[in-house]
Design a protein around this ligand. Structure first.
Ligand SMILES: NC(=O)c1ccc[n+]([C@@H]2O[C@H](COP(=O)([O-])OP(=O)(O)OC[C@H]3O[C@@H](n4cnc5c(N)ncnc54)[C@H](O)[C@@H]3O)[C@@H](O)[C@H]2O)c1
Length: 146
């Protein structure tokens, strides 16, 4: 739907979405092989609450395994899904390092959690602060620059 410029999110403006889709720098696809061409990889897969009201990390884990197969030196991987503190370090980092690359040395690992408050007219995506974290000082610097 997004590739066709069809908006399914109530607080996203139809015109703004069409403008972005029409931009030559934007392309969409379902394959993660194209990830090797990217400098910044932002993960925003669902994290629904499970029966114990803890975030279900199965989507973060599966996409991180796929990313590990396509990771290359110099990339920033930034998690934006809502989850508990420690997810990047305890869950994602060991999976990504199975690639043989080391976080903070060969690639950078950051997180920047939810800042969308649907329906809030005062604080929108344009004026809400973004809190950014990094696995290590260099990752933090790269994530903040992004
Ligand atoms: N950081 C922020 O500012 C911010 C803002 C909004 C939402 N969020 C968080 O982002 C997450 C996603 O929210 P949403 O509203 O965009 O959800 P959504 O359901 O609209 O989108 C999730 C997308 O992830 C894809 N996906 C699921 N599993 C995948 C996998 N293994 N590999 C690749 N893609 C996969 C789905 O196809 C879907 O397109 C939630 O955790 C939400 O809380 C963060």
């Amino acid at each position: 739907m997004v590739a066709r410029g069809e908006n399914y999110i109530s607080d996203v403006n139809d015109g703004e979405l069409r403008e972005i889709i029409g931009c030559v720098l934007v392309s969409m696809g379902a394959s993660l092989e194209a990830v090797t061409e990217l400098d910044m990889v932002v993960i925003c897969v669902p994290t629904p609450l499970d029966a114990n009201l803890a975030p279900d990390l199965q989507y973060i884990e599966s996409v991180t395994h796929e990313l590990a197969r396509n990771l290359r030196p110099g990339q920033l991987v930034c998690l934006e899904s809502a989850t508990y503190p420690g997810t990047t370090e305890e869950v994602m980092k060991p999976i990504l390092e199975e690639s043989g690359l080391k976080a903070g040395v060969d690639f950078f690992l950051g997180h920047s959690l939810e800042r969308v408050d649907p329906g809030n007219k005062r604080y929108t995506i344009k004026n809400a602060s973004e809190v950014v974290g990094g696995n290590d000082p260099i990752s933090l610097e790269v994530a903040m620059a992004f």
